[in-house]
Design a protein. Sequence first.
Length: 341
Amino acid sequence: MKNWIVVISYILVCFITACNLKSQPGEDSKTHGAAVDTVPQKMVWIPGGTFEMGSEDPAYKDATPLHSIALDGFWMDEHEVTNAEYEKFVQATGYKTVAEQPINPADFPGIPPENLVPGSGVFTPTPQPVSLDNPMQWWLYVPGASWRNPFGQQSSITEKPNDPVVHISYTDALAFADWIGKRLPTEAEWEYAAQGGKAKQQYYWGSELKPGGKWKANIYQGNFPDANTGEDGFIDVAPVKTFPANGYGLYDMDGNVWEWCNDFYRPDYYGKSPAKNPKGPADSYDPDEPNAVKRVQRGGSFLCSDQYCIRYRPGSRGKGEINSASNNLGFRCVKDGDPPK
């Protein structure tokens, strides 16, 4: 995903000003299932082992070749970091996310400084079906959008403490992890944990998209990007622990929100990855944006389906510039340590 502040604001800021675009609150997540837990975050032990990482699917060219990886055990957050958990961090530190920070006019010569306002990328359904070759049709840079106000200044997380925190850049996720004494997962740790102790299958939860007629993850249903039916109960994020856990007791390892990993992104890394505890390449390179520093994202989000953004499936990879953010981007943490006794 492109850097929303550096790219989309440059493209859209004059349009926003000319059209007097106002932030619109999104539809609240629908109530679904039983009440969920709150902070403090519970961590789950992921036992060490060996697994096949990557994919042979030609749709995922940057996830080849399939290769064997051995990992030591580690602890992982059972669910994505929530609004309530991130708010504790902000209250303790006064931290401001990238989406809340002022934009440097020097980065945008020729653009009036008053037009360069903090904000972030917000998915906005199109009014009718469109070609899927231009994401700018459904992504808007919304002034005032941030983790506190996911859809802009008129929206709020006040009634959503257990929703996963969104509009989180890699920089923001790393700051939280450092504060709480954890770290971001390596890409190998993330994929291994997402498999839940099972061999590679078509979906992380099994071989069927809807086993027993039930959705197992919060993804997109309907025609993208104009007609989300919300068949799984949600049109945007779902509260954590709404959908079933995997074999390790981890929730939402697929769908809901993209999750940051610590690895730099390179499409050619898998061919030279170490076989034990890989930590990613030494630097970043994306041929689509060679000057951008990117990290890996995993798991897909509520906007992924087999029609568009199929990267919620096993082995697939995402990527993002380290200061990019949007309303489908969050994270969870891991920690080194001894197994439970």
